[in-house]
Each structure stands twice: as C-alpha cells, then as structure tokens.
Write a protein that binds this ligand. Structure first.
Ligand code: TGC
Ligand code: FAD
Length: 392
C-alpha cells in the first residue's frame, strides 16, 4: 500500500471552533492511525482478519470509553472529542472504528448507564484498557430492523437465569470476552445481560466470506441453556429503549467516523488527480474531475458542520434520537458516494489495494446497513417531522 500522506481537509476553518484539547486528542489519534494502522490495514483486510495487535494502541488514544468517567478507567472526555477520535480511526478503516464503537458505546455505555456500581467496577476498567473486549447482541437471524420481535429469552431459575437464543451479525463476537446481550424475560420484557466467555452453552462462531468490513471480526452469539448469574443482569433500564439508547451513542460516533472515511477518499483522489497525467496534463485540470472534487469537499464540509453541531447538542444533553439518525444517515451516505466517485478518479488503480478507496467503499456498505439502515433512519426522520409511524 502507498505511504499514508493524508492531509485533512478543513475548507471552512472548522478547526477554529475546536478547543486546544480537541485538537490535541484528534492529532494524537491521527498520528497513531498513520503509524500503527495505515501500514498494516490493507494486509489484514485482504486476509479478512482483525489486527489484534492494535488493541493496546486503541486503548492508549482513548478510543475505549472516551466519555466514560475516569473513575471507571474511561478518558472522561466530551462528546466532540469522542467524535473526533471516531473520525480519525475510521479515516484508517471503518472496521477498526467498529471495534472501538462497539467497545465504547455498545458495551461500556450500557454497563455504565444501566449497570450496578459492582458491575461498573468489575467490567469498565478492563474494557477501557482492552484487557477485555466486548460485543453487543441485539440483531437476530429473523429480527434485524425490528429488534422488538426478538426471540432470545431467559427464565428465572431461582439462583440464576437460563438464557436461550442466537444473535447474528455481531461485531467482535469471535474474540469477545464479554457480550452485552438483549433478551426477553418470561413476561416478554427486554433486558440486558452480561454473558462471559467460558459460560457453558455460550459459543461465538465467526461469519466468513464478507466483502465488507473485512478487518473487523463478525460472528454469532449462540446461547444453549446458558446459566447466567443473577448479578449479570443490568438492572437500571429495561424495554427496547435500553438497547436503542446505546445505539444513539454509537450512531453519533458513526456520523463522525464516516467523515473520516470520506476525507481519506477525497484527499487520495485530490493528490492522485494532480499527479496523474493524461492527454498531456494532470487529470485535475479537466472540468469533469474538478466537478467531482468540488462536490466532494462541499459535502464533507456540510457533514463536518452537522457533526460538530450535533456534538455541541450532545455535550448539552439536548441531542434527540431523530437528530442523531439524520446525521448518521446523511454522513454515511455522503461518504459512500464520495468513495464511489473517488474510486473512479483513480481509474484502474482505484480497484487495487495500493490505495485505500476501494476498501473504504466496501466497508461503507456495512456502515450504511448497521446501527439502523439508511431507510430506517429516513423513516425515523419522517416519523419525527410528521408524527406518523410509517414502519408498520
Ligand atoms: P418504538 O416503539 O419506536 O420504541 C420502543 C421504545 O424505545 C424508545 N426509543 C428510543 N430510546 C432511545 N433511543 C432511541 N433511538 C429510541 N428510539 C425509540 C421509545 O421511546 C420506546 O420507549 P417506551 O418507553 O415508550 O417503550 O420501537 P419500534 O419497535 O417501533 O422500533 C423503532 C425502530 C425501527 C426505529 C427501531 O427498532 C430501530 O432503530 N431499528 C433499527 C435496529 C438497529 O439499529 N439495530 C442495530 C443493531 S446493533 C449494530 O448494528 C451494531 S453495528 C456496530 C459496529 O460494528 O459499529
Ligand atoms: P432487514 O431488517 O431484513 O432489512 C432488509 C431491508 O429492508 C433493508 O433495506 C431495510 O432498510 C428494509 N426495511 C426493513 N424494515 C423496513 C420498514 N419498516 N420500512 C421500509 N424498509 C424496511 N447487530 C448487532 O446487534 N450487533 C452488532 O455488533 C452488529 N454488527 C454488525 C456488523 C456488520 C458487518 C453488519 C453487516 C451488521 C451488523 N449488525 C449488528 C446487524 C445490523 O444492525 C443489521 O444488519 C441491520 O440492523 C439491518 O438488519 P437486517 O440485516 O436484518 O436487515
């Protein structure tokens, strides 16, 4: 793969709206990605393997629990810092950002928000250092966009719960030490349970043959009469709103992450088009190529402003779920379109692993599907502005 010469576009001087701390955090994540992710990621994506050696680095840049309080091992940062870290990681690879999103927003967040003090102390510090890795089980083979229909269930056996069911499409599942699993009790109420590797009847087979997110490990969570200790139930929130609350946090991170992937594609296409000579001049000199580049930087700039404003609202605890849906949907769509255009600008070279664009493009097919599909987020906006539910 080509050396990582990335220079971040900032067409509207958005850096001026960041604090010195934000820039420091962002730059240290950027440096780490250049040093430890870019040189190896193409090889791992090609062989469809998660590069476990980067776990320590992810923990060091604060990617595991950026906004979790320091007393539990988190970095105690604000929401804009969290977003900037996700942006930088996804600039390297969406699959690596996935690992960080799941660990922070889908595993640490529910334990922090819905767990007991004992659960926080037991799990959060180890998750923050990456000593333990987590996964999040909501989706099932027959219930993706409609998680309320889940059939995974647990029964109260007196001194423990008995868990049965299966989750599909679970990021980090093949190597997770703990899984936050959403299941229904005997009354049909959804609860979160922390399931630990080694519990009898719990298995995590890997899903192979993905053309997308190849550097992220995806798999199943299978529960066959798993005895879960009662102290592993997250007691402080139940119902579908509990997992959806975690998704709000992860979707917010994705809205920033997608900007990273788009910036990398734009920067690569801009550099290439100034160097690549056809018909006696750089292809950047042709109007059709300039149109592509000009539209890319316009869309990136709009997405940057959307994410930053959403971050401010989140910092003030004022961001609504529907606002988060809009940003996730818009920014991922923006990134996937830029990846497709940028790939064309590189001609034949664009389909090779010499450049990151095709990998981003394929990764973004997962990003536009998980955490709520493109269409589901549109329907969330539709419901919010009309008050009419068009899901069912
Ligand atoms: P609905 O009746 O609308 O709501 C049920 C309850 O939940 C509340 N709620 C939310 N709470 C917090 N945050 C949100 N975003 C919320 N949305 C709804 C709601 O107020 C209600 O509360 P209550 O107290 O009244 O019971 O639920 P519904 O069954 O009609 O479904 C709505 C819908 C379709 C929007 C929702 O199910 C949905 O978002 N579906 C998409 C599923 C999804 O996003 N799955 C993601 C799985 S995890 C994943 O993909 C990880 S990828 C990770 C990676 O690798 O990065
Ligand atoms: P479906 O729900 O079957 O949707 C199929 C199509 O129908 C979509 O286009 C959808 O938009 C459309 N559709 C569905 N309902 C409606 C409607 N009411 N109106 C209009 N159109 C509709 N899940 C987890 O729980 N944890 C994870 O860690 C995780 N990681 C993932 C990693 C990867 C790589 C992938 C690909 C997925 C992951 N997921 C995870 C699952 C992901 O959240 C689901 O794939 C997603 O929510 C969509 O569900 P589905 O695939 O079952 O599609």
């Amino acid at each position: 793969m080509k050396p990582d010469l990335f220079e971040a576009p900032d067409y509207y001087n958005i850096d001026d709206l960041l604090t010195e701390e934000h820039k420091l955090i962002r730059d240290s994540a950027r440096d780490w990605v250049k040093r430890d992710v870019s040189p190896i990621i193409e090889e791992y994506a090609q062989k469809a393997e998660f590069p476990k050696q980067i776990i320590n680095g992810l923990a060091e840049i604060g990617a595991f629990g950026p906004y979790i309080p320091e007393e539990y091992g988190g970095a105690g940062l604000d929401q804009i810092s969290y977003g900037l870290i996700m942006q930088e990681i996804e600039r390297g690879d969406s699959g690596v950002r996935s690992t960080a999103s799941v660990q922070s927003s889908l595993v640490m967040y529910p334990i922090w928000k819905y767990g007991t003090e004992e659960q926080r102390k037991k799990y959060l510090p180890k998750l923050a250092t990456g000593e333990w890795m987590g996964s999040f089980g909501l989706t099932e083979p027959d219930h993706g966009s409609n998680p309320a229909g889940m059939v995974t269930n647990f029964k109260d056996m007196g001194d423990h719960y008995l868990l049965n069911g299966a989750k599909l499409w679970i990021s980090n599942s093949p190597f997770c030490d703990v899984a936050v699993v959403w299941a229904k009790n005997e009354e049909g109420r959804i609860h979160g349970l922390v399931v630990e590797r080694g519990m009898e009847g719990f298995s995590t087979p890997e899903t192979h043959n993905k053309w997308s997110l190849r550097a992220s490990a995806t798999g199943e969570l299978i529960f066959q009469d798993v005895k879960v200790p009662k102290e592993n139930l997250l007691p402080n929130k139940s119902g579908l709103g509990a997992p959806l609350g975690c998704l709000d946090s992860a979707r917010y991170g994705i809205a920033w992450g997608a900007i990273g992937a788009a910036m990398d594609c734009y920067d690569t296409a801009l550099r290439y088009s100034k160097e690549r000579i056809q018909f006696g001049k750089p292809i950047a000199g042709f109007q059709l190529q300039q149109k592509k580049l000009a539209e890319m930087i316009t869309e990136i700039t709009k997405a940057q402003l959307l994410a930053l404003r959403l971050g401010q609202l989140k910092n003030e605890d004022r961001a609504t779920s529907a606002q988060i849906s809009m940003a996730k949907r818009n920014n991922v769509d923006m990134a996937i379109k830029i990846a497709r255009e940028a790939r064309q600008m590189l001609g034949g070279m664009g389909i090779t692993g010499e450049y990151s664009i095709m990998r981003h493009m394929m990764n973004l097919e997962s990003v536009i599907t998980y955490e709520g599909t493109h269409d589901i987020h549109l329907l969330i906006t539709g419901l919010d502005i009309t008050g009419i539910n068009a899901f069912k």
